[in-house]
Design a protein around this ligand. Structure first.
Ligand code: AP5
Ligand code: NA
Length: 346
């Protein structure tokens, strides 16, 4: 528990998804042309997955959606409700009710836009051993429009926030909304944080990603995402993660008074913090195979832990250590869920 924070200081936008999670055999992935540790958007041929999981694989239903995951984890650690505000679009159905309830219980102040005619988005989480493959059917999440941010109360919420976090995933939905939030952050000289989210974002959505990059103060990503970005940029193929990080922070930035920072995770290997030409490493406490329930949400939880300290003005060192703490915790729990009280000590 921390000293009292102002409500609504952290605003996030993303895809509110309900995760449908199940352990499946490898041939299930092969049948749908999927890889073990991937994240993709569902195409027509993937649609039967969701019903199959429910009917044949005793699927579990868990609150998901990358940004919402991070905000739930941040709230859990902050221990005071409504510090984080979330915007995204859901349908008018049972799944939306579950997401609303999970957000409320976690202390996230969610303000969903509601699509009347499209179901709430889902994400198939296909677990094979300690790996997981994601297939998101955005559905209503894809219906998000900037009108929602223009509602007077929401506009007010954005203007009053002090920190902003949006996933790369949201680039597939509504770049104008991202640009709006980024421009507000810039005008008010407040930090704007973003995530590379998945390799396919750099592969297919590089144009809107580069449009927003000049506004990005902190960029998060994992190894695969950083390499996908580098490849899409045509950077030398042998570039190691440190070099990619240095190039990421050197990309054009609007507010030059606050140089960009890149934070790259690499599973159980150290987290890299890249600023200017310097690279610092933060070790990860390795978990044994027995301790790992599933790594689903590890990256999101890392960001959640980071944000929980960042909004309290803590040093990057503390923020990253809390990120590692949070990721380690959710790996020991199904999906991006937590249990008990947070035990992070600065
Ligand atoms: P998912 O991609 O699984 O979550 P993630 O948070 O990215 O978790 P990963 O396991 O991929 O971790 P990572 O590779 O990013 O990080 P790293 O391994 O470096 O996605 C989860 C959610 O995404 C779902 O809920 C779904 O709803 C949502 N989603 C999917 N598609 C979407 C879409 N289109 N739009 C919106 N949402 C979408 O690890 C990070 C940290 O974890 C490390 O730094 C370390 O601290 C820790 N860690 C990792 N491995 C270990 C280990 N073995 N031991 C100890 N610590 C570890
Ligand atoms: Na987990």
């Amino acid at each position: 528990m921390t000293s009292k924070l102002q409500e609504g200081i952290l605003v996030g936008c993303g895809n509110p998804l309900l995760d449908i999670s199940a352990t499946v055999p490898m041939h299930f992935l092969e049948r749908y042309g999927m890889k073990e540790d991937d994240a993709i958007l569902a195409e027509e041929r993937h649609m039967p997955i969701y019903r199959e999981l429910a009917e044949d694989y005793q699927a579990e239903y868990l609150a998901g959606g990358s940004v919402q995951n991070s905000l739930r984890i941040a709230q859990w650690i902050i221990g005071q409700p409504n510090v984080a505000v979330f915007f995204g679009c859901v349908g008018k159905d049972k799944f939306a009710d579950i997401l609303r309830e999970k957000a409320r219980a976690a202390g996230v102040d969610a303000h969903y836009q509601v699509s009347e005619d499209t179901p709430t988005g889902t994400c198939a989480v296909l677990i094979t051993g300690t790996h997981r493959s994601l297939c998101a059917n955005l559905a209503a999440a894809n219906k998000f429009t900037i009108d929602h941010l223009e509602e007077p109360e929401n506009r007010h919420r954005i203007e009053n926030a002090l920190y902003y976090y949006i996933s790369g995933f949201f680039l597939t939905v509504n770049p104008p909304s991202i640009m709006r939030v980024a421009a507000t952050a810039h005008a008010k000289q407040r930090p704007f944080l973003m995530n590379l989210s998945a390799p396919f974002i750099s592969q297919y959505f590089m144009t809107p990603l580069l449009d927003v990059m000049p506004y990005v103060d902190i960029i998060f990503g994992n190894e695969a995402e950083a390499h996908a970005f580098a490849t899409a940029q045509g950077w030398p193929a042998d570039n190691d993660l440190r070099e990619i990080g240095k190039r990421l922070v050197a990309l054009n930035k609007l507010n030059t008074g606050r140089p960009r920072i890149a934070i790259l995770t690499q599973g159980c290997d150290p987290v890299l913090l890249i600023q200017h030409d310097s690279v610092q490493e933060f070790p990860v406490t390795r978990l044994t195979v027995d301790e790992i329930v599933d790594t689903n949400g590890a990256g999101d939880a890392f960001v959640g832990g980071f944000l929980s300290q960042f909004v309290q003005g803590k040093s990057l060192d503390v923020c990253i250590r809390c990120g590692n703490y949070a990721a380690g915790h959710i790996i020991k729990n199904p999906g991006c869920t937590y249990s008990g009280s947070p035990e992070f000590v600065e």
